[in-house]
Structure formats: structure tokens, C-alpha cells
Design a binder for this molecule. Structure first.
Ligand code: 5GP
Ligand code: MN
Length: 336
């Protein structure tokens, strides 16, 4: 159980805050940051939201006041001098990439608010609930613990986006009655489900849709079809999205799991200097265990890894081999 009154005490005690989240922020990361920022503002506090990555285009509508800044060295003075830092939706320092040094040396009181497994000890206080389907739920409960009337339409939209995206639009594991009750409250406060869904998922550029088509065409099945994977290599990316260094491919990997009898879906995404791997699973197969073996992490059904400076084919082979091994153990244990 998270002690929300403790977080509220800290907020009351301090005046200036930094909110940050992980590299390649998703809807939960961004919605949680913004809702927290709006809350702090209502309490008369000063805040900065500074992220390592830029906000993906399909989430810009949530940040109509342009509150989120992309990190550069000029932010170091701010990060060093705020009273308190919120690390939202991540629990390992490396997830803020090159912001990690200034994060670490800042004298601010630092806390994590998150729902991933195995937190690293890099802050003063960790507020985590691995049962929570989204960090947005934790931010909701924090605001509720102070005064639920502070949830206005802006906060509600941000939290709705957070919860919708991290639950795969209310489909994944950990969907509970409580989740839907909170979501209903957000809609009562003005959150607009259709608008938010369309803004996030139905504004693909033509190039991105065609890229997705190619990625789907090239899906490969291994391990008798239990594992389906897709590869976005530089050649494919250069052809369709040549000008984007780190193109947003959220949602692509889920198509791997659309294949009948697949249990694990994997996306290998070749970035300029690294390879991003996204793992998804059905049932109770823990893809985060596979990810952790390579220094990544995540949840039971959704996890990720980053490989720096490695060869794409090697990475594919190593991750697939490990997944086959873990999956066969999982199947053995569950049939025994
Ligand atoms: P995605 O595949 O959508 O990037 O991430 C799925 C889940 O795995 C998210 O909850 C995300 O926080 C986590 N995740 C993704 N990449 C990494 C990584 O490199 N390290 C860790 N620890 N977690 C990751
Ligand atoms: Mn999350």
C-alpha cells in the first residue's frame, strides 16, 4: 500500500519540483507527469517537466500549454536546484539516459512513483504498486487523497490517456473493477474517451501505416508458432521514415500477438546507435524475466530491453533463444 499522505507531506514541505520520466515516454508516463504537474500548480507550487526524449507527436495534444521540455545541458542548473524530484513511471536510473548524472548529483529529495517490478535503489523514497495497471492510477489516488475536486477536465484527460494506453485500451491483465470505477470518475470529470483514443491511435501518417504493413508482412513465427516477431531494421526505416531518428512505433508489437496460438510477441527495432526490443505476452508468461536477463525490465505481459552498440542479428538470435528456453520451462511447469 502506498502511503499517499507521506507524498502529500513532502509536497507541502517543498516549493520547487522537477517531474521526469523514462526515455521514449508512453501515454502513461506523459499523462501521469502532466496530471501531477497540474495538481502541483493548483497547490501553488513551482514545477518543471523535463524529459530525456521529446514528446511523441500523437501525445502533444495532452500538453497544450507546452509544459514538457526536452532535456539539454542548460537544464542542469534547474535539476540541481529544485527541492524535490518526481521520477514517474520508471524505477531504474538508466532509463533517463544522459540525464542520469545530473539526476544523481542533484541534492533534491527524490522519489519514484511507479508500477514496475524490481525497483533500483536510486532515490530517497520509492512509492510503488506493481499491481497497479498504470502509474496514472497512482497519481489519481494521490490527488484523491488530497481533494478529489482538484481533478478537472485537464487532469482527467491526462489520467484517462495514461490509463487507456497502459491497459491496451482496457484489455490487458490487471483490469479490475476499481480501474473502471476510477475511469468512470475521470469521464464524469470531463475526460473525453473518443477524442483521446482518436488523437493517440488514429492519427497515423500514411508512411507509418505503410511501415506497419511491411512490419506485419514480415512477421516470423518460431518455436512452432508460439513466438511471433517483427523486425524494423534501418533499411526499412530509411525507406519509409528517413528523417526520423527514433520513430514512434508504439502498438506495432501487439500485432505479433494477433496470430492464433502465439504466446510471445517481440519487436526488434534498430535505432541509430542501439536496438530496442519490445516483448509482449499472453497468459501469465513473464516477459519481464526474459528482459531482465539482458538488463531490461517491465511487467509480466509487457517488457523491454535496449542493447547499445550490438549487432541486430546477434540480438535477435540471443533474445529468441532465451525466450524459447524460458517459454519451454513455463509450459512444462504449467502442464505439470
Ligand atoms: P515498450 O516495449 O512499450 O517500450 O515497454 C514495455 C514495458 O517495458 C514498459 O513498461 C517499459 O517501462 C518497460 N521497458 C521498456 N524498455 C525497457 C528497458 O530498456 N529497461 C527497463 N527496465 N524497462 C523497459
Ligand atoms: Mn506505466
Amino acid at each position: 500500500m502506498i502511503d499517499y499522505s507521506r507524498i502529500l507531506e513532502l509536497i507541502k514541505k517543498y516549493n520547487t519540483f522537477l517531474i521526469t520520466t523514462h526515455v521514449n515516454p508512453d501515454g502513461d508516463a506523459l499523462g501521469s507527469e502532466l496530471a501531477l504537474a497540474y495538481f502541483l500548480r493548483k497547490l501553488g507550487k513551482k514545477f518543471h517537466i523535463i524529459n530525456y526524449s521529446p514528446t511523441p507527436e500523437n501525445y502533444l495534444f495532452l500538453d497544450e500549454e507546452n509544459l514538457i521540455q526536452k532535456y539539454n545541458r542548460e537544464h542542469d542548473a534547474i535539476i540541481e536546484n529544485v527541492d524535490m524530484i518526481f521520477a514517474v513511471d520508471f524505477n531504474q536510473l538508466g532509463r533517463v539516459r544522459s540525464m542520469m548524472n545530473v539526476f544523481d548529483r542533484s541534492k533534491a529529495y527524490k522519489i519514484v512513483i511507479d508500477h514496475h517490478r524490481n525497483p533500483q535503489n536510486f532515490v530517497d523514497d520509492i512509492f510503488t504498486d506493481i499491481e497497479a495497471p498504470a502509474t496514472g492510477i497512482l497519481i489519481y489516488k494521490l490527488i484523491e487523497a488530497y481533494d478529489v475536486n482538484l481533478i478537472d477536465k485537464k487532469v482527467a484527460d491526462a489520467l484517462y490517456a495514461a490509463i487507456m494506453t497502459d491497459t491496451g485500451s482496457f484489455r490487458f491483465e490487471r483490469i479490475t473493477p476499481e480501474l473502471h470505477i476510477i475511469t468512470a470518475e475521470l469521464i464524469k470529470k470531463g475526460a473525453n474517451p473518443t477524442y483521446i483514443y482518436n488523437k493517440i491511435y488514429n492519427e497515423l501518417s500514411y508512411e507509418k501505416l505503410i511501415l506497419l504493413g511491411h512490419a506485419i508482412t514480415n512477421i516470423k513465427l518460431v518455436d512452432s508458432g508460439k513466438i511471433a516477431y517483427m523486425v524494423l531494421d534501418r533499411a526499412l526505416l530509411n525507406k519509409f521514415v528517413p528523417n526520423e531518428a527514433e520513430f514512434d512505433v508504439e502498438g506495432f508489437v501487439n500485432f505479433c500477438l494477433s496470430v492464433k496460438d502465439s504466446i510471445v510477441g517481440i519487436l526488434f527495432y534498430e535505432l541509430p546507435y542501439s536496438i530496442k526490443v519490445s516483448l509482449r505476452s499472453k497468459e501469465k508468461f513473464p516477459v519481464n524475466y526474459v528482459a531482465e536477463k539482458f538488463g531490461g525490465g517491465g511487467h509480466l505481459n509487457a517488457a523491454g530491453i535496449r542493447f547499445d552498440g550490438e549487432n541486430l542479428n546477434d540480438v535477435i538470435q540471443r533474445v529468441i533463444t532465451q525466450t524459447i528456453e524460458d517459454l519451454s520451462k513455463y509450459i512444462e511447469e504449467n502442464n505439470a
